[in-house]
Design a protein around this ligand. Structure first.
Ligand SMILES: [Zn+2]
Length: 169
């Protein structure tokens, strides 16, 4: 390799590493990207839309469900990322694929679809627009957070996990 080529190669590699680092930071710490935030009990919420107080009762009900699990941890903190129609959601789609209405990642419960907390609904539009119970959706993802927290992220992640009935309950 001649000198000039090596220099270009080094610069390209450095740029690539910076882009990867930025994407990993955004994926793991999405809160930075959102305009609106709310704290409620064990939850920190963020969204680009105004966060309605109606979400509080939904969170209470989701927590009631999660409390019944043997994995429940009263000190565990959740970040609820309401990212429908956000830049973050687009990055998430690109990197991890379009499909689920929500994901769990570290302490983050990522709700990718439109929600209506007042009527306790989320609106996945994977094949066609439909309605799901928002409380169940949140509780399901909160349990995924607790699975990784209890059993270790190395054993519970999208690539390595116990059989699906146990992962998905
Ligand atoms: Zn799941």
């Amino acid at each position: 390799m001649n000198k000039k080529f090596r220099r270009i190669f080094k610069r390209a590699l450095l740029t690539l590493l910076i882009i990867i680092a930025a994407l990993v930071t955004i994926i793991l710490f999405p809160q930075l990207l959102f305009a609106n935030k709310m704290k409620y009990k064990n939850f920190k919420l963020c969204s680009n839309d105004k966060i309605s107080n109606d979400i509080k009762i939904v969170l209470e009900n989701a927590m009631d469900l999660v409390q019944k699990s043997e994995l429940y941890d009263s000190g565990y903190k959740y970040n609820i990322i309401l990212c429908h129609n956000s830049f973050y959601n687009k990055i998430d789609d690109r990197l991890l694929g379009i499909g689920p209405a929500a994901r769990a990642r570290l302490h983050n419960v990522i709700v990718k679809v439109r929600i209506d907390p007042k009527s306790n609904l989320a609106f996945p539009a994977f094949r066609k627009e439909c309605e799901v119970n928002l409380t169940y959706l949140l509780a399901h993802e909160m349990i995924h957070c607790l699975q990784a927290n209890n059993y270790g992220i190395m054993k519970f992640n999208p690539f390595r996990h116990p059989e699906l009935w146990k992962l998905e309950g």
